[in-house]
Write a protein that binds this ligand. Structure first.
Ligand code: MN
Length: 450
């Protein structure tokens, strides 16, 4: 331990709103004694709701003061819960973000796990810092310099997430550990908040509104007023000293606040990555922020206080808190291991090309449709219905229905259309043949029988 921190106390509050456009609220949140979490579900009409509920439901079973390992295990269990439910064909493709935080009073520490594009922020002395890194397409593009942060905000594909719970048996979970001191506010939010309010608007509320319940209400109400185009969900943990006191927010130190748009030039270098077990609570000292992407393939935690070591392999990030906790839009910007990012982008673009280079006919709610994409989707690229035919699946004969169910892939839309035509013709012929013998069945195909 480099520095003994004073114990803290905390208060948690949460608020959620369906917004002004959506019919249902697919966000879910959790606030227990030490644990707070936000999940933003996606996929289908009911899928999103089910996914976020499954994740939060699972997480709520993991109580107590979770250390990093147990918090990650809880997130992984939440992934399993969602993935298991997604096996139901009607829920195929559903998933959910999850950002969760544990406030450890005695260690004066907040441990955060994240998957997806919901966010965690730390607000301290007038400065708001985004702790988590969005797992989203635009974030990847910004990181590789293909998009500016400004462009990203209005990008039509800014809702595409590159990692969520429920997509696979395993999931990589990012981990962050931060120091907490009286006056700090830890904010978790779904993108319904951050897409509607600028960072400056959020800061203004954190600066001026005192009570934890009032803050969450005000944040949600402001996002709804600003458009409410998505569900809005916010959890907040306010940090106090052991006597329940905290410095007045904001105004007192407002003069010291710097521009919130400044680009941080964080020094990031590869660093030896100790396991989570080797990164005890106090080790982070006052700096105390480490981040990692964990999963079966890369069980690393990055300790920010570790000495940089340029020739160590797994190469996540070393972040100097003096720069990363500067007031900037992203906590850990830009310079990640370049090779990893290029690879990631290649995979992303490659998978998109692969996902979009096929067409297949399938049944959609009783009607034959043609979709562009791969049956079941590829990563986050779900197939998209491009042609809805007038063919009713139930009108097809058994053989044609079987062929349809095989979801054979075609390399062009025309080929898929020909396939559907053939199904229709074959089916009509079969119906005609059957009508003579068995009577009944294909009454609608009688017109050209003879
Ligand atoms: Mn959302």
């Amino acid at each position: 331990m480099t520095e003994q921190r004073e114990p803290i106390r905390h208060h948690i509050a949460a608020a959620s709103h369906v917004g002004r456009v959506r019919d249902i609220n697919q966000d879910r949140f959790l606030t227990t004694g030490e644990l707070l979490a936000v999940a933003d579900g996606m996929g289908g009409h009911v899928g999103g709701e089910r996914a976020s509920a499954a994740a939060i439901g699972e997480l709520s079973g993991h109580r107590g003061l979770l250390d990093v390992d147990r918090l990650v295990a809880a997130a992984e269990a939440a992934n399993t819960a969602v993935f298991t439910e997604a096996a139901d064909p009607s829920l195929r493709g559903m998933g959910t973000t999850l950002v969760a935080a544990v406030v450890d009073d005695e260690a004066a520490e907040v441990r955060i796990v994240n998957v997806g594009d919901s966010r965690a922020y730390r607000y301290r002395r007038g400065e708001l810092v985004q702790v988590t890194i969005d797992h989203s397409l635009v974030e990847d593009l910004v990181r590789t310099g293909r998009l500016t942060a400004e462009e990203a905000k209005e990008h039509p594909q800014r809702n595409i997430v590159t990692r969520v719970l429920g997509m696979g048996e395993h999931v990589d979970v990012d981990v962050f550990v931060l120091s907490a001191e009286p006056g700090d506010r830890f904010l978790l939010a779904s993108d319904g908040l951050t897409n509607e309010l600028s960072e400056a608007e959020i800061v203004t509320i954190l600066d001026t509104v005192h009570g934890v319940d009032e803050v969450v209400d005000r944040l949600v109400a402001s996002a709804v007023e600003a458009g409410g185009r998505d569900n809005v969900t916010v959890c907040l943990a306010d940090i106090f000293d052991v006597d329940g006191n905290r410095p007045e927010p904001a105004a007192a130190v407002a003069g010291a606040r710097k521009e919130t748009t400044g680009e941080a030039t964080a020094e990031i270098a590869p660093v030896a990555a100790p396991t989570a077990a080797e990164a005890p609570a106090g080790d982070g000292g006052a700096a105390g922020l480490f981040q990692t992407s964990r999963g079966p393939s890369m069980p690393d935690v990055v300790d920010l206080d570790a000495e940089p070591s340029l020739d160590q392999p797994p190469a996540p990030l070393k972040v100097d808190e003096s720069t990363t906790l500067a007031p900037t839009r992203r906590t850990v910007p830009i310079a990640i291991a370049a090779v990893a990012i290029v690879t990631l982008l290649a995979v992303a673009l490659g998978s998109r090309w692969y996902a979009r280079s096929a067409w297949f006919a399938t049944d959609d709610a009783g009607t034959v449709v043609i979709a562009n994409g791969r049956p079941g989707g590829v990563l986050w690229w779900d197939p998209e219905v491009v042609v809805t035919t007038e063919l009713v699946t139930a009108d097809l004969d058994d053989a044609s229905q079987e062929q349809l169910a095989s979801e054979r892939e075609w390399t062009s839309l025309e080929a898929a259309e020909r396939f559907v035509e053939n199904l229709s013709t074959a089916s009509a012929a079969a119906a005609d043949a059957g009508a003579g013998a068995a009577g009944a069945a294909g009454a609608s195909s009688d017109d050209d029988g003879g």
